[in-house]
Design a protein around this ligand. Sequence first.
Ligand SMILES: NC(=O)c1ccc[n+]([C@@H]2O[C@H](COP(=O)([O-])OP(=O)(O)OC[C@H]3O[C@@H](n4cnc5c(N)ncnc54)[C@H](O)[C@@H]3O)[C@@H](O)[C@H]2O)c1
Length: 372
Amino acid sequence: MTVRLLNGVFSQVLLKPACGCTTPIVPVQFLGISPFQVPSRANFHSVSSSDTEHPRVLITGGLGQLGVGLAKLLRNRFGKDNVILSDIRKPSDHVFYSGPFIYSDILDYKNLREIVVNNRITWLIHYSALLSAVGEANVPLARDVNITGLHNILDTATEHNLRLFVPSTIGAFGPSSPRNPTPDLCIQRPRTIYGVSKVHAELIGEYYHYRYGLDFRCLRYPGIISADSQPGRGTTDYAVHIFHNAMKSGKFQCYLKPDTRLPMMYIDDCLRATLEIMEAPADSLPMRTYNIGAMSFTPEELAQEIVKHVPEFQVTYNVDTVLQAIADSWPMNFDDSNARKDWGWKHYYDLPELVTTMFNFYTSESRAAHVS
Ligand SMILES: NC(=O)c1ccc[n+]([C@@H]2O[C@H](COP(=O)([O-])OP(=O)(O)OC[C@H]3O[C@@H](n4cnc5c(N)ncnc54)[C@H](O)[C@@H]3O)[C@@H](O)[C@H]2O)c1
């Protein structure tokens, strides 16, 4: 039986790694140099004393839609070498040379622990996941990554006293939840493995907070819209692809019905919210899981706004019954009044600003491509 000291509370409870490995938990100082350790220029052992006041951040699943942008935001704030991106995929040259990157499979508990110890991580941002559409296509893998992987993350974060951020989603609600608006606390009976795994993450994260003092923080993101990163096959992704198609061909075939209303957010608001909740004083967080909202629209309303920029733009509808059923069970609007009251959340982008920002991005990209 392993005996651990958790945040000053002497605990006899065995926290067995979710991978099932039987390796005893050894004191940090006995761990040697690892092949997983990031290069010395990125190693926190070499940072100056003023740098050590910054958190040292590990982002898992960092090569998806959100991780690279978050790394950029956090590196601007805390210094390039204080933020390590990780994933199981190979990074592009641009990502690889823009700051520390390391291989990390969240299903490998020992690997996670080594990275945290050797790089003196203090904040863990857990982005690895299989999103809604991919999860329904491969439930066993989604269960492994989204649930077993999360257990490894929770155990590592608890053992090393990390501040842990795990995003949740509108998908954590289901058909029996109030949908317009959806409050923080209500019935949550999602019907996707993605949603079930996120409710599990919210509940077990909060449980670890109350049971072991884990500094667990969680935001329920709406569908996130970004111009420079591809989404990971979620139900709200039409709202990203529509812009690319409007610019390229002036046409788009939508897999959701024209009146399907879902909460959405521009990526800059989402990443800023993540930084803000991570920096919020613990006593400003009476809850550990918050809804955050910005705008809510239907494909038809989005198309009408896009027509203001591309007058010839046309949308046709070819409904995907699986994705439509998922969308029909999700919130139409988030009630995020607790986030606004407790830690001062506010969004900057509504639908018109979002559409203008997306077109400005694509126009400057195509100008740059034209010039080069
Ligand atoms: N993008 C959205 O609209 C949105 C909305 C709500 C919540 N979220 C949440 O935010 C987080 C990030 O979302 P995203 O859109 O960047 O996701 P994404 O699907 O684009 O990226 C997820 C990343 O996880 C990685 N991954 C998969 N298996 C892994 C493993 N075993 N070990 C390590 N990494 C692994 C993948 O390689 C991928 O790069 C997720 O937890 C997601 O549930 C996203």
